[in-house]
Design a protein around this ligand. Structure first.
Ligand code: NAP
Length: 308
């Protein structure tokens, strides 16, 4: 069976940064990319808060640059996902895509998080024909149409701004009377003429016909009445859940599935297994904090290997 010194699961900023550091420490890291190659950055538009890019940088380009940097340093990047693992003894054993097994002396879990959906009626039926969680992937299909974005975080604001440049009108549906997005994003949303914010509004049902979505039924919490917002596309931006399930038999997690690490370090409850990025981050969830966590994980993996 193949055995590697350092196996990294995930190909977002945490995984690539861990790989860059591990490669420079001569750990010959192997990355398994996971289902979403490049992670969440590939679903965003311009990133303005990653230091080093005065004009901002496209999210996909940023993560592609990380990949190129890792490859130049000799990191092996393989397409595949961890489908099972056994951390009961060293070397650790991991199964890839329900078939091949591999042994690893250290594992860095950087599997990130995936978009949540609301679970309201109509949502499943119209996923792919009007309901999406990725404005940059699907926005193009709704050019000159009216669309809705659900959520009040940075993702929702970013999606609304992105869509407002190609759609006729964007309805931003926010369940409270405040948004949790950063102030700068909120200000941009408020100053865009074709974005209408629906405060205190809870989505209830996605309506449609054989051609796809026709509207979003919402509860206006101020009046207590239900209304229909006529739209062709609905973009959900209601947060993310950590991609940690496959590790749940072994790693300690909180009630929402975030991997618990030791006070600010990437160490998990299993010596030699580290967690970095959004899969272990309840609070910050930024590209830069994920990259920093990946760096720490690789340094700790190297230190751990020196003790063996
Ligand atoms: P988020 O901050 O968790 O926001 C999720 C939004 O969805 C909240 O407004 C929440 O409302 C709403 N929501 C959740 N469940 C809902 C439901 N059942 N019905 C209606 N609304 C619901 O998620 P995010 O926007 O994806 O951001 C995640 C992290 O990534 C944040 O730390 C953010 O700063 C970061 N991020 C950064 C950037 C950037 O810096 N460029 C871009 C995108 C994301 P409540 O507020 O009422 O809970």
């Amino acid at each position: 069976m193949e055995r590697v010194k350092c196996l990294i699961a995930g190909s977002g900023p945490a995984g690539y940064t861990a790989a860059i550091y591990a490669a420079r420490a001569n750990l010959k890291p192997v990355i398994y990319s996971g289902m979403e190659l490049g992670g969440q950055l590939t679903t965003t538009t311009v990133i303005e808060n990653f230091p080093g890019f005065p004009e901002g940088i496209d999210g996909t380009l940023l993560v592609e640059n990380m990949k190129s940097q890792a490859e130049r340093l000799g990191v092996e990047i393989r397409i595949g996902s961890i489908t099972k693992c056994d951390f009961s003894e060293r070397p650790f054993r991991l199964q890839i895509d329900n078939s091949a097994e591999i042994e690893a002396d250290t594992v860095i879990v950087a599997t990130g998080a995936s978009a949540k959906f609301l679970g309201i009626p109509g949502e499943q039926k119209f996923r792919g024909s009007g309901v999406s969680a990725c404005a940059t992937c699907d926005g193009f299909f709704y050019r000159k149409r009216d669309v809705a974005v659900i959520g009040g975080g940075d993702t929702a604001c970013g999606d609304a701004l992105y869509l407002s440049s190609m759609c006729n009108k964007v309805h931003l549906v926010v369940r409270r009377d405040v948004m949790r997005a950063s102030k700068v994003m909120q200000e941009r949303v408020m100053s865009r003429d074709n974005i209408e914010v629906h405060w205190l509004t809870q989505p209830e049902e996605i309506l449609g016909d054989e051609n796809g979505v026709t509207g979003l039924k919402v509860l206006d919490k101020k009046s207590g009445e239900s209304n229909i917002i006529p739209v062709w596309g609905i973009f959900e931006a209601v947060g993310h859940h950590p991609n940690s399930e496959v590790f749940s038999p072994w790693l300690k997690m909180d009630e929402n599935g975030y991997i618990i690490t030791e006070n600010g370090s990437p160490k998990t409850n299993i010596e030699g297994v580290f967690a970095a990025g959004d899969v272990a981050d309840v609070h910050y969830k930024q590209a830069i904090t994920a990259a920093a966590a990946g760096c720490k994980a690789a340094i700790e993996a190297d230190r751990y290997l020196q003790t063996l």
